[in-house]
Ligand binder design. Sequence first.
Ligand code: GDP
Ligand code: IMO
Ligand code: MG
Length: 428
Amino acid sequence: MKVDVLLGLQWGDEGKGKVVDVLTPNYDVIARFQGGPNAGHTLEFDGIKHVLNTIPSGIFHSNKMNVVGNGVVIDPILFMKEVDALTGMKVPINERMVISRKAHLILPTHRLLDAASEQAKGKKKIGSTLKGIGPTYMDKTGRNGLRVGDIESTNFEERYNNLKEKHIQLLSQFDFEYDLIEMETEWMKSIERFKSFVLVDSEHLINAQKKEGKRILAEGAQGTLLDIDFGSYPFVTSSNTITAGACTGLGVAPNQIGEVYGIFKAYCTRVGSGPFPTELEDEVGERMRKAGHEFGATTGRPRRCGWIDLPALKYACMINGVTQLIMTKADVLSEFETIKACTGYKYKGEVIDFMPFDVVGEELVPVYDELEGWSEDLTGLRSIDDIPATLQSYIDYLERILETPITIVSVGPDRSQTLMRESTWATA
Ligand code: GDP
Ligand code: IMO
Ligand code: MG
């Protein structure tokens, strides 16, 4: 069996956690391949909302293996908080999760460096979640990082101290005050607790599971437009959030990737700084934020809202080799009589249908198609056969432009609010 991948096609928060949870019964293994506690993946069932940061979204199902892959970066303190919350809900997490020895550790000083660097950038700040993601991946590529497997070595503390000293040197170049002692004590305690988890060489494990015919779903974090190579650089995260990231973040060969589920909201949001051509900085955007409860799952920050951006989505489909599309939050658009979809941008006097190299500081004016909306409340629907005709037209329109079938439509945050769909796009 090949490895399927589910990842975000926009700027994150597309609903990955919810849909991975819904798809988990079809799989044996759920594996996170990049990112870290900058992610916030929300799941809802039985009237309870759960937010996961580092732990894969298959964790609530019994008899499934959850893997934190080598491409992930882990903050032991935040990780243990997540573990404690799940243990409190009687989730037998030790039985259901393994962690790659090759995953990198986020040190307290990585978090401080993230904060110091953002502060120094002033108005040009990325809007980082301040979880230490950038500095940790910098140490990984700079070949200085500490990995999960290192905690088993006898000189771990010495190596920790060496790296910490390097960071302290770097911090001295910033006008930034900090108190490391408390964080460090908690970090060391968390490292001790970390030793009780099953640490594995996850690339071997995943390939062995695959050979046995087990079905594997790779879960992405962030979204394609936040990818370090293909996102709106420098306003991006520090990992490859795309399908190729699943290969490097889990040790799966490119020719072993099967379905690629690309997930997107029926509109668009972004949290943090950076270009967002279809952003609505008006009352319409405010209505969208309210109707969609668009506040960050990790930081609580209000998300910027706007209409769907089709050139950006087409680009994301191309980069990822998306085979099936999943549209979420269709219910939120019930709020609007007319829906807009951006088909191109006016840029330097002409209309283009791609994101230019450097949009920072340049005006990019979206060109829109206007479509009739649906006012019906979708949240009670349980079958795709019952959707309003105007929503059906929106789906047909998107499939035509994106040249990819939409096979799942989500109409609310709960597991049950998920409509499976047999697309006829390919034969239409
Ligand atoms: P993720 O990071 O991609 O997992 O997404 P987040 O959890 O950060 O943000 C998605 C938010 O939308 C969460 O609050 C979900 O509970 C919620 N959500 C997911 N799908 C739907 C949907 O179809 N409709 C509505 N109204 N909310 C949804
Ligand atoms: P999930 O997995 C939305 C954004 C931050 C910031 C930029 C860099 O929940 O979709 P970082 O902390 O990585 O240095 O921040 O990326 N960002 C996200 N936005 N969803 C996420 O994850 C994000 N993870 C990072 O807001 O703009
Ligand atoms: Mg999120």
